[in-house]
Design a protein around this ligand. Structure first.
Ligand code: 6CS
Ligand code: FE
Length: 315
């Protein structure tokens, strides 16, 4: 089939006027060169599961004790008025309490150091097949009885349309700072959905992020397409104690429900992007979004050597 000039320019068109069928993914899922595929902590069982499902779940990856100081630091931040009034803190649309805090690794040294945890960095570099930097970091907080959910979306769809991320070569590491259970609005994913790019309908207005981070309207796939993708791969919601880790591919479809339980649900997200996939101009939005949503300046490759000088020189 002949490709149109448009498709050659942008393999992942979105924010269209008309609905469009899902497009098969054009990027690898595991980016490591074949001769370096096993250079890293993930074995072939894990790599092929990631290729198939688009995510890997590590229950109890960190100890609960290791997570406790991070949760306390969050509570401190909630009392910092200068911070809570800044643009990078997003309020929950129904309760007015904190929903998200972006740029966590820039606000706090402890969170910054955690982005260079050697076990996480080792896996992420292996999956992306290159050096990596932080594209975005955030906390999504759902207070007991209050935190609203997130509608179905692919993060890549937004990052491509609104931030100019060229290809699917990013991975999110989500670290649970509290337990995630069936009652407090855990993340739900559609395994295998990352094999398809679902173009979405609707033109992106300027400053869309002010609305979309409270309740996303654009970039939400059509319900029939979602139903079809879920019928191939079902839906999974990994659950576990604080300290559990989810690695998920940038194009896997995910969502979460409101927190109906008395318990908080705080999840930390570090989005790692390949240094070979730095941001371009937005593909389907009138202007760039702020730095705390899509890094353009602070894109130096992360080095575990900063934290573990004894590892220097070991590649
Ligand atoms: O707009 C964004 O970048 C983001 N929005 C959602 C709903 N998920 C990922 C990302 O933080
Ligand atoms: Fe998301």
């Amino acid at each position: 089939m002949a490709q149109t000039a448009e498709a050659i320019r942008d393999p992942y068109p979105t924010r269209l006027q008309q609905p469009h069928e899902p497009i098969p993914r054009m990027d690898p899922v595991v980016h490591a060169r074949s001769d370096r595929r096993w250079d890293g902590p993930l074995d072939e069982v894990a790599l092929s599961r990631y290729e198939r499902d688009g995510f890997l779940w590590f229950e109890g990856f960190f100890s609960q004790e290791r997570m406790a100081p991070f949760f306390s630091e969050l509570r401190e931040m909630a009392r910092d008025n200068a911070l809570t009034e800044s643009e990078q803190v997003i309020q929950d649309p129904s309760s007015g309490r904190i929903r998200s805090v972006f740029g966590m690794h820039e606000i706090s040294e402890n969170f910054d150091r955690l982005t260079r945890d050697p076990r996480i960095l080792g896996m992420v570099r292996q999956l992306l097949g290159s050096e990596v930097y932080i594209h975005q970091s955030r906390i999504n907080d759902k207070f007991g009885f209050q935190g609203s959910g997130f509608d179905w979306h692919s993060d890549f769809e937004t990052w491509h349309a609104e931030d100019g991320m060229p290809r699917m070569r990013a991975v999110s590491a989500s670290i649970m700072l509290t337990d995630n259970n069936e009652f407090n609005g855990p993340l739900m994913l559609i395994p295998g959905s990352h094999h398809w790019f679902v173009p979405c309908v609707g033109e992106t207005p300027e400053m869309n992020w002010k609305e979309s981070l409270k309740a996303q309207k654009l970039g939400v796939p059509d319900k029939d397409q979602l139903a079809q993708l879920a019928s191939k791969g079902s839906i999974q919601a990994p659950k576990g104690p604080a300290g559990s880790l989810l690695l998920f591919e940038c194009n896997v479809l995910h969502a979460s429900n409101e927190n109906m339980s008395p318990w908080p649900r705080s999840n930390l997200f570090f989005v790692y992007n390949s240094v070979d996939n730095k941001l371009d101009e937005p593909y389907a939005a009138p202007v760039r979004r702020p730095e705390f949503l899509g890094a353009r300046k602070n894109t130096k490759p992360l080095a575990m050597h900063d934290e573990f000088p004894e590892l220097a020189g070991q590649g």
